[in-house]
Design a protein around this ligand. Sequence first.
Ligand SMILES: Nc1ncnc2c1ncn2[C@@H]1O[C@H](COP(=O)(O)OP(=O)(O)OP(=O)(O)O)[C@@H](O)[C@H]1O
Ligand SMILES: [Mg+2]
Length: 265
Amino acid sequence: MSPVVELSDVWVELGGHPVLEGISLAVDEGEFVSVVGPNGAGKTTLLRVILGLVRPARGDVRVFGTRPWELGRGRARIGYVPQAEGIDPDFPLRVIDVVLMGRYGSLGWIRRPGTADRRAAREALELVGIGDLATRPIGELSGGQRQRAFLARALAAEPRLLLLDEPTTGVDPAASESFYELLRRIQERGVTIVMVTHDIGVVSRYVDKVACINRRLVVHGRPEEVLTDEALAEMYGCAALFFHHGRVPHMVVRRHRTFRRGEGR
Ligand SMILES: Nc1ncnc2c1ncn2[C@@H]1O[C@H](COP(=O)(O)OP(=O)(O)OP(=O)(O)O)[C@@H](O)[C@H]1O
Ligand SMILES: [Mg+2]
């Protein structure tokens, strides 16, 4: 069985600067993978490569066996929850209208949403647990509720591959965990998930694999096997300690002691 996503020696340059260097990575069908790395590491760019929005200067990308920019209508099989954008509190759309937008990819430009589209949108809202908020203006939702609405928008298209970019930014720890649990339930329906996150310790409990990138792929594999002190140090460029409490890893960034002038040494 060929992987759902396959990057082979992918190099990307943006604005004359190298952003991704020689990334090779495969994601199998039904896998839940998290992509971690420091700010500017190229994580969002990696998702944009998978979406076919950025073309590599070198190397090959396959999504469902096809180059992503040649997927055509097959693009509708990919759901995307982009990195959080602010929303004007007066933005006039209701939650259900935002979720219905997820159907436009399969609707084309001419057809108006029909019963099946409305049903899919409703089901997606129920699945993410905010069915009761359907008619509320999107601008009135809390950050966590809004992220669920954006997830519902992606799910309304019934994707086989779901890409999420830091979906729990600004969401409290308990709500983040229930969001990851929700993603696990979506994975159980056979959806392949690639999620960018900074929540490295917590997410390790939910994902099958983690890919650590800092322009290059530092490591890729099962969290408990690849999240070593060395990998974290290479990724974050600082001494990092990683404690494993059973399967629950915690990361502690080791602080360098700073001395003020005149302090006894
Ligand atoms: N359109 C662009 N033109 C030029 N440079 C870009 C462009 N988009 C991104 N970059 C640069 O590419 C690098 C990687 O950006 P990217 O957004 O992929 O990082 P990231 O890992 O998602 O970071 P963050 O954690 O802050 O979201 C950064 O140095 C960024 O400035
Ligand atoms: Mg990013």
